[in-house]
Design a protein around this ligand. Structure first.
Ligand SMILES: [Zn+2]
Length: 155
């Protein structure tokens, strides 16, 4: 993290820092991770932080919560460049990149209004990642091809 972004958000003792989120997707990231703030822990969100690598980025710091790999892998479609830093007692104990899973179950709504996953209560969506480079997606139920933008805009 660069010095300027260090100043913006305070260091945390324990928790998870999600860095290098494409601006301005931090709020979407919180949504997908199901972090609402109701849990009561301190959550810092910084939008449009100047960055050297990319033009700007978003940062999220979630105190006293260690996000697991299976949780952060859900971010693959919306923040593929993000890095996940697990902090314990002010030390970085784990740094990981997001890996694209083969399919994402139950997090995104299929953009096809007539899809059974949108009409049947309790049925979980299954979005298959057909191509991990071009991010070509497909709903496993209605077989519709979906772009990441379509998927994100529909949520
Ligand atoms: Zn579908």
């Amino acid at each position: 993290m660069s010095d300027s972004s260090q100043l913006l958000v305070r260091r945390i003792k324990n928790g998870t820092v999600i860095d290098h989120i494409e601006s301005p997707r931090a709020l979407l990231v919180l949504n997908i991770l199901n972090i609402t703030g109701q849990e009561g822990n301190v959550i810092t969100v910084a939008l449009n932080v100047p960055s050297i690598k990319h033009e700007k980025k978003d940062i999220i710091k979630v105190e006293n919560k260690f996000l697991e790999k299976k949780e952060t892998d859900k971010l693959a479609l919306i923040a593929p460049k993000a890095t996940i830093n697990i902090i314990k007692n002010y030390n970085l104990i784990e740094k990981r990149r997001i890996q694209l899973p083969d399919r994402i179950i139950g997090f995104f709504k299929c953009p096809n209004l007539k899809c059974i996953t949108n009409t049947e209560e309790g049925l979980k969506s299954k979005i298959e990642i057909m191509d991990k480079i071009t991010l070509r997606l497909k709903c496993q139920y209605c077989a519709r091809s979906i772009t990441t933008n379509e998927l994100i805009n529909y949520q």
